[in-house]
Design a protein around this ligand. Structure first.
Ligand SMILES: [Zn+2]
Ligand SMILES: [Zn+2]
Length: 168
């Protein structure tokens, strides 16, 4: 059981709101996740169906793929799920993910879903900013911070050849 657990044993019909906070390590998230995970869940119970919308955010620290600097950004995401209490699942055609829970279930643990959606929220390309200039391939300077003069001084060797040709 994670700290992100909703007690559904005596839930009345209608809307219920929940707010949770937990440490990333309690969700077995790695050290890239650096802030508490804030979770807001809105639950709607109608009959044997529980509709749940879960929004959450945390902060993460990554190494930029281009300039190798560390940067922090806010990761936020959400998911929706429908729980149906039934012994055996009658299939639903709805677009939301449907999970079947036993009529005896007293708890819904959001921990594993929150963990997986946060990992999915990590961008594939990790850039400190969209127009990160990266490192100079010649001197290794971080082009976001310094203007090295490699580009102007070092002409393409093919041009050197052309210069010699034109001098002759
Ligand atoms: Zn960068
Ligand atoms: Zn340079």
């Amino acid at each position: 059981m994670s700290e992100l657990t909703i007690n559904i044993s005596r839930l009345s019909e209608g809307t219920h709101l929940y707010d949770f906070e937990t440490e990333p390590k309690n969700l077995e998230l790695d050290a890239r996740f650096v802030d508490r995970v804030f979770v807001h869940a809105a639950l709607e119970k109608t009959g044997r169906q529980i509709f749940l919308r879960v929004e959450f955010r945390t902060k993460s620290r990554f190494t930029c793929d281009r300039c190798l600097d560390e940067f922090e950004n806010v990761l936020s995401t959400h998911y929706e799920v429908v729980y149906i209490t039934e012994e055996s699942g009658a299939r639903s055609n709805s677009e939301e993910e449907v999970q079947y829970i036993s009529p005896d279930a007293t708890m819904i643990d959001l921990g594993e879903d929150v963990r997986q959606f946060l990992i999915l929220a990590v961008p594939l390309k990790l850039l400190c900013k969209d127009d990160c200039q990266g490192l100079c391939p010649k001197c290794g300077a971080n082009r976001n911070k310094v203007n090295c003069s490699c580009a102007e001084n070092d002409a393409d060797p093919r041009w050197e050849v052309l210069k010699k040709v034109s001098l002759n």
